[in-house]
Design a protein around this ligand. Structure first.
Ligand SMILES: [Zn+2]
Ligand SMILES: [Zn+2]
Length: 366
């Protein structure tokens, strides 16, 4: 029986349990996880920010080796190294066909913690069904997922680095390259320098931004931001980020603003900070009960674009191998992101460290 991280009740420590795992059914594969990143969305399940059906095996940022393939699986074979994708795109709906598989119309089951047929392959020791976060449940030694959830990668790519491509790297770098399509030489302000924020920052650097202004309230995170390419940092506890960003850009405001927190205040700040005609991209996932405000006159007058970015506009089969390749060429920093590796039993410590801002990214290494 594989060990897995189970969230049973919100605002309680998660438990590490031996779970029962069913064999793959038709179109499904069993993956032996090598590493799983500890992402803020995992924490958001445990504190109730993301409401889901509990009990749930959490984790959605993983990489491993295909151990068993079910009937009719064509995407991978036994022994293939894979990154798990948390949007199991169908390949046939309108969104998939126009090149936006991250918005797939048939992936709703994953948000509900179920595989495509509406069931789960995981049970606890007493036989109770366990939901599987985003139909991946990567904080488990083994998982069973639909073949749509796995992306085969170069066997040379280290899996304890590849795992972060499954969420944080894709979401951050993709927001810049796929969603904003940032132009070389431009300026950007990034609100939030956590795991995803650092990837937005390195995405801006990768795309050739001349000026990258990182905003956070934790000095340690602003230090990480510099490592990933920030040219200026603002501690929002000390300075007004909007006014400071304008000063740094000859009074105009940056060309791009990225919000990577999901808070109404910083969404409004990102939108206010950018220049006329600039683009503000909201990457952070806020609460369903909250709204951000835009001025009804200035929206048309300033002609600013305000958009969201979900999963960095991921086209997993295209983007994951591309990001692996950028890492292998030394152009994408993932080693620098992994500041701590934990054993699965240390998951509650990993969450505490995340809340304290200690890590760029922590991972569970199996
Ligand atoms: Zn994530
Ligand atoms: Zn689809």
């Amino acid at each position: 029986m594989p060990k897995a991280v189970v969230c049973r009740e919100v605002n309680k420590p998660v438990s590490v349990e031996d779970v029962q795992l069913e064999k793959p059914r038709r179109g499904e594969v069993m993956v032996r996880l090598v590493a799983s990143g500890v992402c803020h969305s995992d924490l958001s399940i445990t504190d109730g920010t993301l409401p889901v059906a509990l009990p749930m095996v959490i984790g959605h940022e993983g990489a491993g080796i295909v151990e068993v393939v079910g009937e009719d699986v064509t995407r991978v074979k036994q022994g293939d190294p894979v990154i798990l994708s948390w949007v199991p795109s169908c390949g046939n709906c309108r969104f998939c066909l126009v090149g936006s598989p991250h918005l797939c119309a048939n992936a709703g089951h994953a948000t509900g913690g179920r595989l495509k047929d509406g069931t789960t392959r995981m049970r606890d020791s007493s036989g109770t069904d366990l939901s599987m976060m985003t139909a991946t449940a990567t904080m488990s030694e083994l998982t069973v997922v639909g073949e749509e959830s796995v992306v085969p990668i170069d066997p040379e790519m280290p899996l304890n680095r590849a795992c972060l491509i499954g969420c944080g790297v894709m979401t951050g770098v993709g927001a810049v390259i796929n969603t904003a399509k940032l132009e070389p030489g431009s300026s950007a302000i990034v609100f939030g320098a956590g795991g995803v924020g650092l990837n937005v920052i390195q995405g801006c650097a990768l795309a050739g931004a001349a000026q990258i202004i990182a905003v956070d309230v934790v000095d340690q995170k602003l230090e990480f931001a510099k490592t990933f390419g920030a040219t200026h940092t603002i501690n929002a506890k000390e300075l007004d980020p909007v006014a400071t960003a304008k000063e740094l850009t000859a009074g105009l405001g940056p060309d791009y603003g990225f919000e990577v927190i999901g808070s109404p205040t910083t969404i409004e700040q990102a939108h206010r900070a950018i220049r006329r005609g600039g683009t503000a991209v909201v990457v952070g996932m806020g609460r369903l009960t909250e709204s951000a405000q835009v001025n009804a006159l200035m929206l048309a007058f300033d002609e600013k674009i305000l958009t969201g970015s979900y999963y960095g506009g991921a086209r997993p089969l295209v983007d994951f191998p591309k990001l692996c390749s950028l890492y292998q060429q030394g152009k994408l920093k993932i080693d620098e992101l992994v500041t701590q590796a934990y054993k699965i039993d240390q998951i509650n410590q990993a969450f505490q460290d995340m809340e304290a801002g200690k890590n760029a990214r922590g991972i569970i290494q199996f």
